[in-house]
Structure formats: C-alpha cells, structure tokens
Design a protein around this ligand. Structure first.
Ligand code: ZN
Length: 179
C-alpha cells in the first residue's frame, strides 16, 4: 500500500505537485464557465421561470447546491419576459378621447418628451418594462391605463401623434420587473 502511494501515475514528487496545480486550474475554469453559462441562459423566459420555481431549500446533493449558488445573484433582479402586443399613443384627443388632459391614470402630469407605458391593471404603476426600440432599450415605468390596453397589450407613450403612428403595432418580448 505505502509503495503504491509514492507512485502517482509514474510521476516524480515535483511533477506530482505540478499535476495537482494544473487540475486545480482546470477546475476553476470549469466553475467559471458554468457560472457564465447560468447568467446567459437566464436571459430567456423559460429558464427564468424555472429558476424562480427552483427557489426551494438546498438539498444534500452537492451538484444542486452549486447550481443554486450560481443562480441566486441573477434571481434577485426578478426580470421576466412576456410576449406583448405593443401599440403607441400620444396625448391628443384621437388617442385619448375625453382623457386628453395631459394627466395619466396614475395622476402623473405628462412632461414633454417623456417615456412611459400604459398597461393592464395586473401591472401596478411603477412596474418597469424594457421594450425593444423604445427609450433606447432603457427601462420605462407603467404610468397609465387604457380602455383597449388589457392583458398582454401595451401602449407606449410618444410626444406627438406622428411618432405614435410610425410605431404602429409590434409584437415584442418585453422584459418586466415589478418592484
Ligand atoms: Zn395621438
């Protein structure tokens, strides 16, 4: 037994230490890769939902434990993605009818060149949304409601009727975070 111990795949003592160091470096690289993978994958809807439902006590299984540790920092963001029908509006009487008073349903007084959205009641005022092609892809808040804006329908706000017309109707994957 002792004799077998002194032999390590036929390497001398110095080489043995070198081999151990190489193995540690490889292990670190693999862990790093797994971490990055987790982050990239989480940008898609399906996996984000899974990650949320995965929020249960960690089991004895070390593999599951590692996965939970890797996923947790991303979960804290709580962004989820929903496919939405996105239309546009402005404060004019054509778009808002009797509500064209420049004040949103959340009692917000509209300033020039603002960016926000009208959404269904299931999205509380202040809910953040990231809509491709709107506000340079930066998050905007839900500040308004609309009679035709229910379920997965959104209305993005523009300062002019022409801009709203140019937007048209778009079907987009919208990132949503409720605070
Ligand atoms: Zn209008």
């Amino acid at each position: 037994m002792r004799k077998a111990n002194t032999q390590f795949w036929g390497f001398s003592k110095t080489k043995r230490i070198f081999v151990v160091i190489v193995l540690i470096v490889i292990l670190c690289a693999v862990v790093n890769y797994a971490r990055n993978e987790g982050r990239v994958v989480l940008l898609s809807t399906t996996v984000t939902e899974t990650a949320t439902s995965n929020n249960q006590p960690v089991s004895n299984n070390s593999a599951k434990e590692t996965a939970a540790v890797v996923l947790n920092p991303v979960q804290s963001d709580e962004w989820r993605t929903v496919r939405m029908r996105v239309t546009a509006y402005c404060p004019c009487p054509k778009c808002c009818g009797e509500f064209s008073d420049g004040i949103t349903a959340s009692n917000h007084k509209i300033q020039a060149d603002e960016t926000f959205v009208a959404a269904d009641r299931k999205y509380p005022f202040g809910t953040e949304m990231v809509i491709a092609g709107y506000n340079d892809g930066n998050p905007v808040e839900v500040l308004d409601r609309g009679g035709a804006i229910y379920g997965n329908r959104l209305d993005v706000y523009f300062g002019s009727h022409q801009q709203a017309l140019e937007w048209g109707v778009r079907y987009l994957d919208v990132k949503i975070r409720t605070r």
